[in-house]
Design a protein around this ligand. Structure first.
Ligand SMILES: Nc1nc2c(ncn2[C@@H]2O[C@H](COP(=O)(O)OP(=O)(O)OP(=O)(O)O)[C@@H](O)[C@H]2O)c(=O)[nH]1
Length: 306
């Protein structure tokens, strides 16, 4: 848990920060709302709990609270407002603009830590719900919605990167999966989907994206040049087809077909759906050519040839 303390009074910051550390959480400090807003808007450091003093010069705690809520962050931080004035009117105003809790100064350490724990419980519940909403139940890979979101984040990063960086988006589809279902039943079909997912997951790096995109269709997104994408595709194809899938006395050979587009910085004006469409076109060609193979192309070259 990262707790951001926003207070212009340094002594109060130190006191609150010592309570935060006692609670086993990490304390970040901002001495004004502008500094706080910078920390909060930076996705890498977004704190889960924010303790904000009401009385601050320039932008006060109330306005900061409103600005944080307007950001519409995917994980809504838990905001505790602190003030030396506990008139009911003020408390109501703080809660109205989006504060989750309200504490009066002087702060009682044990009570404050207990309230941090309430925040922690609510944040953890939120994280659990977000993770459930993003996960494919059968395979534990990302689901389609989360895959698009993750690709958009990768794409935004590519747009900000230097010119030499490129990414690749792969659409992969199990070959003759209907036959597997028809021959061995849906339960075995499901086990194949789980095993294929694990093989895909083990073939890419942790920060790359793998998702179940549809029934027996998967999406993989990596940072790669054309040459590197070729290596990734060879590795994936090999990982899926190299050994049999064994369930009690059943052994099944599974293969996959892949379509892959390589995306450069200058392609980032296009949408993820446009890249998916091109990867799908390439996948379709592989299916027509006999399956168990891959095709890749630079997105720009596919656009030119249209
Ligand atoms: N067991 C199982 N089957 C699924 C699931 N989702 C989709 N399917 C099945 O996946 C099969 C997809 O079949 P098709 O689209 O004909 O594709 P295919 O047989 O793989 O043929 P090609 O893609 O042309 O190689 C259908 O039989 C679906 O019922 C799932 O969650 N579990």
């Amino acid at each position: 848990m990262h707790v951001l303390i926003v207070d212009d009074n340094e002594i109060d910051c130190i006191t609150i920060s010592s309570f935060v550390q006692k609670a086993g959480m990490n304390a970040l400090i901002a001495n004004n709302a502008t500094q706080a807003f910078e920390i909060i808007s930076n996705r890498d450091t977004t704190p889960e709990i924010i303790v904000v003093d009401w009385m601050m010069p320039e932008v006060n705690g109330l306005e900061l609270c409103q600005k944080i809520r307007a950001l519409n962050l995917s994980l809504t931080p838990y905001i505790i407002m602190i003030t030396s004035n506990s008139l009911g009117q003020i408390e109501r105003k703080a809660l109205d603009v989006g504060a989750d809790d309200f504490i009066e100064k002087p702060i009682h350490g044990a009570v404050f830590i207990a309230r941090l724990r309430v925040g922690e419980r609510i944040v953890k519940m939120q994280q659990k719900l977000l993770s459930l909403a993003d996960t494919d139940e059968l395979t534990s890979l990302l689901n389609r919605r989360a895959a698009i979101k993750a690709c958009e984040t990768h794409l935004a990063r590519l747009a900000r990167s230097d010119k030499s960086t490129s990414h690749c988006l792969i659409i992969a589809d199990i070959d003759f999966f209907k036959q597997i279902n028809d021959t061995y039943g849906h339960l075995i079909g499901d086990r194949v989907l789980i095993d294929v997912s694990n093989r895909i997951r083990n073939s890419i790096r942790p920060f790359e994206t793998a998702a179940r995109f549809g029934g027996e269709e998967f999406l993989i997104y990596c940072e790669a040049t054309v040459e590197e994408a070729d290596i990734i595709l060879r590795r994936l194809r090999q990982a899926i087809a190299s050994s049999e899938y064994s369930y009690n006395n059943i052994s099944i050979n599974v293969t996959m077909s892949f379509g892959c587009v390589v995306i450069n910085k200058h392609d980032t004006k296009h949408t993820i759906n446009e890249f998916i469409k091109k990867a799908d076109d390439l996948l379709y060609e592989v299916k027509n050519d006999g399956r168990n193979n891959y095709k890749l192309a630079a997105y720009s070259s596919m656009e030119e040839s249209e």
